[in-house]
Design a protein around this ligand. Structure first.
Ligand code: SF4
Ligand code: SF4
Length: 172
């Protein structure tokens, strides 16, 4: 009986190999195939716009104050009705995030009064230089939706006086 034991074990091993040959493959052919991220995944930041194309960011720098890694730099400038980037008085003329410092904690998202900064689903980040890891506003802001106008916009006097509009997505 002891002579047969190795043969039984060998047969079991071969059966496992044979069975797995007919199973559905579990390997994902990345980067051609990408698996969807989980709903609460925190990837690279996106600066959002309203439906009419105005930027949600009002340059208040609360996100920078909340950031434990000191990864965000914001500089604000004044809006006018002739050159308007966002509702209210001010917009972010400079907005930078150092993605090498960021720990993806989401505090910036929580601190933002206009829901302008959102941690999205983008995880493909690679740099060959430290300076490339500093993403400026132009790389962070989402594209203008179809039918909306790019910023700066010319708006009617008194139309967008509040920094945090009463409507979530003010239309033209
Ligand atoms: S996710 Fe956290 S560490 Fe990264 S920029 Fe936002 S607050 Fe800073
Ligand atoms: S992203 Fe939000 S918190 Fe940061 S400066 Fe803009 S409006 Fe303020």
């Amino acid at each position: 009986m002891r002579v047969l034991e190795p043969l039984i074990e060998l047969g079991r091993g071969l059966w496992t190999t044979l069975r797995s040959m007919f199973e559905k493959p579990v390997t994902t052919q990345y980067p051609e195939q990408k698996r969807p991220v989980k709903p609460r995944f925190r990837g690279r930041h996106v600066l959002k716009r309203y439906e009419n194309g105005l930027e949600k960011c009002i340059g208040c720098a609360l996100c920078a104050a909340a950031c434990p890694a000191d990864a965000i730099f914001v500089e604000a400038a004044e809006n006018t009705d002739a050159i308007r980037y966002s509702p209210g008085e001010r917009y972010a003329s400079t907005y930078e995030i150092n993605l090498l410092r960021c720990i993806y904690c989401g505090f910036c998202e929580d601190a933002c009064p206009t829901e302008a900064i959102v941690l999205g689903d983008q995880y493909e980040l690679s740099f060959t230089d430290r300076r490339q890891a500093i993403y400026p506003k132009e790389m962070l802001i989402e594209p203008v939706a179809a039918g909306a106008s790019p910023t700066p916009q010319k708006t009617k006097p008194g139309e967008f006086t509040r920094s945090v509009p009463e409507m979530q997505d003010p239309k033209d």
